[in-house]
Design a protein around this ligand. Structure first.
Ligand code: SAH
Length: 242
């Protein structure tokens, strides 16, 4: 009776860990969001697959628990890391009363890390990760976190920057950051990391305000020391270079 909660990285098979592949291979059932299932379909095509759409996370979690209670080995899959805005916490919550179910979380490369690698070395110092989605988090809380992280001069990684239902969230977030970060702060964003159509751009914070992000974009806003070296975004750790 086991549930693996598996992060498979940003999407490319080259960035999935051997431990994640092993967990998926050992599983009878794979539970995941439709779009994720198609990304790793080759790996799971001979398994029982339960997939559903966005915002059906609780249904998927319950299904995983149901299959585990039937004695099946289940992998609940998330892109990136399953514990970062993923299913890991929910699976623990939903199986709280079934201590016969063993849960193992298998880590994956989260979007902040894969985006950082594309942009250069932007998170070489303290960074904060903030989701702009107000689906499960109050807007005031999001605003406060953005402002406090900016005031403390954190590099800020933004997940869920925008969607059709909230097209102006990135613009608003930039306005909050501009209260404490200078307009020429170096920023970068990556779309479709490790997937078809991967692209990135490096710009200033004032330019970022007018950029169009979508659900498959991860944004990194630098701190006051972040600079551009050979067209890449770099946040120095502070080493003295002679
Ligand atoms: N568990 C995932 C995050 C899920 S939240 C992880 O650890 O990466 C979804 C958000 O993650 C997206 O809106 C986007 O901001 C980011 N993201 C996930 N995969 C991405 C990819 N391949 N390219 C760009 N951004 C991605």
């Amino acid at each position: 009776m086991k549930i693996y909660v598996v992060g498979f990285g940003p999407g490319d098979m080259a960035q999935i860990s051997p431990q994640a592949v092993e967990a998926i291979k050992k599983s009878d059932v794979i539970v995941g969001y439709d779009c994720y299932i198609s990304l790793i379909y080759d790996l799971i095509k001979d398994k029982i697959i339960f997939s559903s759409g966005m915002r059906k996370e609780v249904d998927r979690g319950l299904k995983a628990v149901e299959y585990a209670l039937m004695g099946k080995t289940v992998s609940v899959i998330s892109s990136g890391d399953a514990g970062v805005y993923g299913m890991a916490g929910l699976v623990y919550e939903l199986s709280a009363e079934y201590n016969q179910i063993e849960i193992e979380v298998v880590p994956g490369i989260t979007a902040a890390l894969s985006a950082a690698a594309v942009l250069g070395a932007p998170i070489g110092h303290d960074f904060a990760v903030i989701s702009l989605s107000d689906f499960l988090t109050d807007r005031e809380v999001i605003k406060k976190r953005i402002i406090c992280a900016s005031e403390a001069d954190f590099v800020i990684c933004l997940y869920n920057p925008s969607s059709r239902s909230r097209p102006h969230h990135l613009e608003k977030a930039c306005e909050y950051m501009l209260k404490y970060k200078s307009a020429d702060t170096v920023c970068g964003y990556v779309k479709n990391i490790a997937r078809l159509g991967q692209s990135y751009k490096i710009c200033t914070l004032s330019q970022l305000k007018d950029e169009k992000a979508d659900m498959f974009t991860t944004i990194i806003v630098g701190n006051s020391q972040t600079k551009i070296i050979n067209s890449k975004m770099v946040t120095p750790r502070g080493y003295k270079i002679l």
